[in-house]
Design a binder for this molecule. Structure first.
Ligand SMILES: C[S@@+](CC[C@H](N)C(=O)[O-])C[C@H]1O[C@@H](n2cnc3c(N)ncnc32)[C@H](O)[C@@H]1O
Length: 212
């Protein structure tokens, strides 16, 4: 089991995140910009590191007909997501460790989305995952990653932690933060176009790339 899978398999860690998820400052701004950039005719989405399915619920709030596939590794998160979507046959929840290649029977998606999950993976795995995502995005589709990225200085990192009610001592040990610019470069190298940071507040950044 990967380090991130192990960390997030702890019910305490998963529940601690779920208890503060709504209080993270500015996150709703990033989520809202992400939703604005989903293609109009989105029919099928994949959410990587779905947690309790927060992003899928937000997306489906206005587009309930969308079909969604949700991936996570944490039993606590998977249980919570399954409860949320117990009455929605259009949401499929899959247990999978993202440190391993994506399952090859997922199919294709109009949008692959993720929020605050991929930064738990090793840097080389992040890059591989971006390539795997490119292969399963439809020709008119998009990849949207609302991500926890690295600060350019220790001072700004501590400022971010303080702003979200954390300190270096309380910081999530499973984080593997990487500068946004490096990840934008990887997305361009992978073949995504119109790649940019579409929203940012301190270490929270929305990275988007279109297939064409
Ligand atoms: C900070 S939470 C974010 C959850 C959700 N996307 C949200 O925005 O509320 C990070 C999520 O990534 C998942 N995760 C971490 N490492 C993972 C891995 N190796 N494979 C699959 N999921 C992973 C965790 O279980 C957790 O649900």
């Amino acid at each position: 089991m990967s380090r991130s899978a192990k960390e997030w398999s702890s019910p305490q860690n998963a529940l601690a995140y779920l208890n503060v998820a709504d209080t993270l400052p500015h996150r709703s701004e990033g989520e809202s910009v992400m939703i604005d950039h989903l293609p109009e005719d989105t029919k099928r989405i994949l959410d990587l590191g779905t947690g309790d399915g927060r992003l899928i619920r937000l997306i489906k709030a206005n587009r309930p007909e969308i079909e969604a596939v949700a991936i996570d590794v944490s039993p606590t998160m998977l249980r919570s997501a399954r409860e949320h979507f117990a009455n929605d046959s259009k949401v499929k929840i899959i247990e999978h460790d993202l440190s391993q290649p994506l399952p090859d029977d997922l199919g294709y998606f109009d949008a692959v989305v993720s929020s605050f999950a991929i930064h738990h993976l090793k840097h080389e795995r992040k890059r591989e995952l971006y390539e795997e995502i490119y292969d399963i995005v439809n020709p008119t589709g998009v990849f949207c990653n609302l991500e926890h990225v690295a600060s350019p200085s220790v001072e700004l990192h501590v400022r971010f932690l303080n702003a979200i009610g954390y300190s270096p001592e309380k910081e999530d040990r499973a984080n593997r933060l990487l500068p946004m610019e490096i990840q934008l470069g990887w997305l361009r190298d992978t073949g995504f176009v119109e790649v940019d940071c579409y929203w940012k507040w301190l270490e929270m950044a929305l990275l988007i790339g279109y297939k064409a």
